[in-house]
Write a protein that binds this ligand. Structure first.
Ligand SMILES: [Zn+2]
Length: 325
């Protein structure tokens, strides 16, 4: 499959000048937040956005992937007329664009999986097999990966509440809830466990949610709170105080009560917020994301500027690495 490099009109990093004076209960501006475009020799954290909820984050020692799904298959409708790739139905067998993945991902130490929907877990079987990375996810995710033959010693089934120390990296698993899809009618309690019979390759619709998680990923100098959905449980985020928040900001969040304010407040008004899962993930890399930028990112930046003047919002561009000191 041809790989088109993003033809982007937006700057690599969109730093907001925060000029509003915020009184009363507003958070203090963080004087320690440095320009994320500045690289120095003090182990900056490098981020690469794969689209959807997918990321590579590395501090130079540990490479962590989050919901990596470079395949971005055209499935379930919502494609673009200029996208001449095959259309997949949800009942079709899942497929990964291994050529594209090989061009983007060569190594990984950990893969964190927020939930098991296809746009989160779909490429993890191939990437886990290819890299040997340790995968942390729900039991549902682990059962799917076992069906694909990923060895058990690579797999860590978690339910939320675990706080694991690895070499050079620790991760706290935070219980979460899924986006309020289908005008809030979405609710899926299905889970896979030891008794579930799965045969790889699965169909796309066999990638069920299986419960949702967030992660507090602790690197050498930064704590990153990740989201894989446009939803969260306030009491689970309270007290975590990450310095970097990957904030789920797709349109479904607008169906939730006072989402932006509750999210910023409960996470302690993080110095750096990076929007995630905001793009049209059925489009291949290189297609314009301008409608989603205008619908999701720009209003969010405006809201953050008003609610949390000390926060810098970084606008990620597909496959364009940026660093945070
Ligand atoms: Zn999902």
């Amino acid at each position: 499959m041809a790989f088109r490099h993003p033809d982007r009109a937006t700057p690599l990093i969109f730093c907001i000048a925060l000029t509003l004076v915020f009184a009363a209960a507003g958070p203090p501006a963080d004087a320690t937040a440095q320009s994320p475009s500045v690289v120095n020799d003090s182990s900056p954290l490098e981020f690469t956005y794969f689209g959807a909820a997918g990321w590579k984050i590395s501090d130079g020692k540990v490479v962590v992937l989050i919901d990596p799904w470079p395949s971005r298959l055209k499935y379930g409708g919502g494609g673009h007329p200029d996208d001449d790739r095959p259309d997949f139905a949800r009942t079709d067998v899942a497929w990964s664009d291994t050529t594209l993945i090989d061009s983007l991902i060569t190594e990984a130490d950990f893969i964190l999986v927020h939930h098991s929907h296809f746009d989160h877990l779909g490429d993890v079987p191939y990437i886990a097999q290819k890299t040997g990375a340790k995968v942390i996810g729900t039991e549902t995710a682990v059962m799917i990966l076992r069906a694909y033959g990923i060895p058990s010693d690579q797999l860590y089934a978690v339910g939320g509440g675990e706080d694991y120390q690895f070499e050079g990296f620790s991760v706290r698993v935070v219980p979460a809830i899924h986006s309020a899809l289908n005008e809030k009618h979405y609710h899926d309690t299905r889970r896979y466990d030891e008794t579930t019979e799965l045969e790889a390759p699965l169909r796309i619709d066999q990638f069920i949610e299986g419960g949702s998680l967030s992660f507090l990923a602790r690197f050498d100098r930064h704590e990153v709170l990740t989201m894989g959905s446009m939803n969260f449980i306030e009491r689970e985020f309270e007290g975590l105080e990450p310095d970097i928040l990957l904030a789920g900001i797709n349109g479904s969040r607008l169906g939730l009560y006072d989402y932006d304010r509750r999210l910023l407040e409960t996470t302690g008004f993080p110095p750096i917020v990076i929007p995630t899962h905001w793009d049209n993930f059925r489009l291949p890399y290189g297609f314009s994301q301008q409608p989603n930028i205008e619908r999701n990112i720009l209003p969010f930046i405006e809201t953050v500027g008003r609610l949390s003047p000390g926060t810098r919002v970084i606008e990620p561009v597909h496959l364009e690495p940026f660093t945070v000191r």
